[in-house]
Design a protein around this ligand. Sequence first.
Ligand code: AVJ
Length: 317
Amino acid sequence: MPPLSPAEVEPIADPAFRADVLAGLTARPRAIPARWFYDRRGSELFEDITRLPEYYPTRTEVAILERACAEVATLTDAGRVVVEFGSGSSTKTPILLGHVDPSAYVPIDISGAFLRDSAAALAKDHPGLTVLPVEADFTRAVALPDAVRGKPALGFFPGSTIGNLVPVQAVDLLRTMRASLGEGAMLLIGMDRVKDAATLVAAYDDAGGVTAAFNLNLLHRINRELDGTIPAESFRHVARWNDDAARIEMHLEAVEDVAFTVAGRDFAMRAGETIHTENSHKYGDRDARLLLAAGGWTPRACWTDADDRFAVHLAEA
Ligand code: AVJ
């Protein structure tokens, strides 16, 4: 038999995705890690979210970075290796690279295709800058490329992505980053702040339904990649503020009793039952500094917007 052409080969589902989905649908409460939102469609929808009128974090952080990066440069010293965790489309990176004078730029991302495209675009815009993309899961220690190992690093972790993690995982990640970055490292990290619940809920439940589509896309991804039969139209997007845990939670709620299969396994959900799909923790100023300290980082400086909606922290290992 001739070999199959690429078009005939079923996309091979990531075994980690399969394991997380099956475990998450079996657990009580049901929960699937937020990292699985970002297939191609999910990444596009997230880009759309960042432009929504209700979704303040991206534009607020960009404005803070535009104001703060000159000072970041004076507090860091030139020639550091800038290492970006979860670089995605790297939209905030040029702001930083335009001020600090790095010896190299190392974007780390789990999605190789996205990473290579954005690294190539960035290299084109910064002639003379060494760009060394690393395809890796940065929640584990990452070996930096030989060419930069041993040089002092400046970690860059914008976007409040740390908020996806519960505090114990966030502390673990900060410690892992410290290990990946090595001796004498610094870290520039964005964290969304606690604020009134109405503003927060609107940011995660926009009037145009883009966040709902982003959340529901996870069900379509499961159906596509894991041979699922989930009736997505029987689910609705829910975003709620959990005040005790200081976080926005996103859920997918069954609006009627449903039964479906995923990867050959049977599942049933009652009307009103949910799948918890994301946490987005918010940190006050002291909370943020305590989190950094617990993760092995000494806070050095912090910048916010006039309304205190978002904060960018600089810390030292
Ligand atoms: C990419 C994790 C920072 O929590 O605000 C946006 C993801 N989810 N709208 C966030 C997200 C729904 C976002 N992070």
